[in-house]
Design a protein around this ligand. Structure first.
Ligand code: HEC
Length: 159
């Protein structure tokens, strides 16, 4: 009994020392432009989400996320990308401008249990290293938990 207690506390110390509670944030989704383009949206300056989401954004889903959009159930490995660009308006048309940020949601129910099973990350502009999320995804999750009944995913599939 005493021996078991010792082993248990040694294990707890080791876990604490390595900080294994902090989940690793998702990696940059290098090939997302080959995934399913689900939808696009333009956010104008007076929209409530204009800070920081003003611009045009495209949403992409990998095959697992695409299956989840159909079934309503997201398996581990599902990834959505939120690709946000500036828009330029000229001659009564708006076209894509510079990239503002690239956001991502990666499903791993166990690793990201604190944020609905989704890991959140974003990269500034075209950078693949300048990460923008420094709170473990809590800020992102605070909005996405509004759609908990849809698996924390706002986007819906349009036939
Ligand atoms: C202020 C609320 C809000 C915050 C904060 C927020 N999101 Fe979202 N997010 C949305 C909305 C609304 C959509 C759906 C946009 C659409 O319909 O085109 C969305 C869509 C997404 C999507 C596409 C999948 C989906 O749910 O539709 C990803 C990926 C995403 N957000 C990542 C992030 C990341 C990463 C962060 C934090 C850096 C974040 N979001 C913070 C509101 C928010």
């Amino acid at each position: 009994m005493y021996r078991n207690l010792l082993i248990a506390s040694a294990a707890a110390l080791a876990l604490g020392a390595f900080g294994t509670n902090a989940a690793e944030p998702p990696d940059y989704p290098g090939d997302y432009r080959n995934w399913t383009h689900v939808k696009s949206m333009v956010i104008h300056p007076d929209h409530p989400l204009a800070q920081p989401f003003q611009g045009i954004h495209h949403i992409y889903a990998n095959d697992t996320a695409r299956a989840g959009l159909a079934s309503g159930d997201y398996a581990d490995g599902a990834v959505f990308v939120f690709d946000q660009l500036e828009y330029n308006t000229a001659d009564n048309a708006s076209t894509e401008g510079e990239r503002v940020l690239l956001g991502i949601m990666l499903k791993n129910a166990e690793q990201y249990a604190d944020t609905g099973g989704w890991g959140f990350e974003a990269w500034q502009g075209d950078s693949r290293t300048a990460r923008m999320v420094n709170d473990g995804g809590a800020g992102c999750y605070s909005c996405h938990e509004d759609v908990a009944e849809r698996g924390y995913v706002f986007t819906q599939w349009r036939d």
